[in-house]
Design a protein around this ligand. Structure first.
Ligand code: SAM
Length: 271
């Protein structure tokens, strides 16, 4: 692509954007010249943090309030897990009323559609249905005229769903994890694991073809740049390199299979 666009969904503190742009500037200067980096984020506080963090890249990085037609790569790291989910169990949906839980009728016919589509109808466990993930994926497919969609997040596939009989919703506040958002009286960061089978199935409907789905560990181990970095660090005797190598190794081990990477492409990008 002559002028590829990178669009990050949910920029957080701007850390990933900073790392990608620094890497490209240093290691892929010719690509760096041609690319533009966009961030889509709905939090004014985080956008201002990102602007500050990315001062070095003025004129290279931009912010958008909506997705727009583009060619390039739309990607995210820990974005889809922030989207709200419907919590369902054996034909009933979980509601929170007067600070207590209530299982009642399923709120939207679309939820039944997803349960049938993914073969979850008869499961005797909690299932989380993220309709917003489907809507967002549709938006991605409508705006990505040509290129790739990359999702990095913690999540599961349909085959792994049985590992989470009580579901995966948790709330973080400070350094504490609450398995019941109900226990909270103050705002917190609520997240649910991403259903990668849902992204894969619905992506196909919207014209996004799967290139691969793998654990983040396998993804990193198959990246020449990552392996080169590991090798470089393992020959270094500098204390900071030794520490970094040990952190990378711990990360690779601790990540297990929960962190996944899904790459999809528009049908036009394969021609
Ligand atoms: C965990 S952070 C992302 C971290 C970042 N990608 C990184 O690796 O450095 C999640 C981001 O998604 C944004 N976000 C969550 N839900 C969103 C939504 N519905 N629309 C736009 N942005 C959203 C949040 O404001 C936050 O900046």
């Amino acid at each position: 692509m002559e002028k590829p666009l990178f669009l990050e969904l949910g920029g957080g503190s701007g850390a990933l954007a900073y790392d990608i742009l620094s890497y490209c500037r240093q290691r892929e200067p010719e690509l760096f010249e041609r690319l533009s980096y966009y961030i889509y984020d709905f939090s004014p506080a985080l956008v201002s943090l990102q602007r500050n963090r990315l001062k070095d890249f003025e004129g290279k990085v931009f912010w958008c309030e909506e997705l727009f037609p583009m060619e390039g790569v739309i990607f995210s790291n820990e974005f889809f897990d922030c989207l709200p989910v419907h919590v369902v169990r054996e034909g009933k949906e979980l509601y929170v009323k007067d600070r207590s839980e209530e299982w009642a009728e399923i709120s939207e016919p679309r939820i039944w559609h997803v349960l049938r589509r993914l073969g979850y109808e008869d499961l005797k466990q909690v299932v989380e249905v993220c309709l917003d993930c489907i809507d967002f994926l549709k938006k991605v497919s409508e705006n990505l005229l040509k290129g790739y969609h990359l999702v990095i997040d913690y999540g599961y596939t349909s085959k792994e769903l049985h590992r989470f009989p009580e579901g995966t919703v948790v709330a973080y506040r400070g350094h504490k994890v609450y398995s019941k958002a109900l226990e909270l009286s103050e705002p917190a960061d609520i997240t649910a694991h991403v259903n990668f089978s849902l992204l894969e199935e619905y992506g196909r409907d919207f014209g996004l073809e799967k290139v691969f789905l793998m654990s983040l560990r396998d993804f990193l181990l198959s990246s020449p740049a990552f392996m080169e970095e590991l090798e470089k660090l393992s020959f270094s005797e500098k204390p900071e390199d030794i520490e970094r190598l040990s952190r990378l190794k711990t990360m690779l081990i601790s990540m297990g299979d929960r962190f996944k990477v899904l790459l999809q492409r528009t049908l036009s990008s394969s021609s």
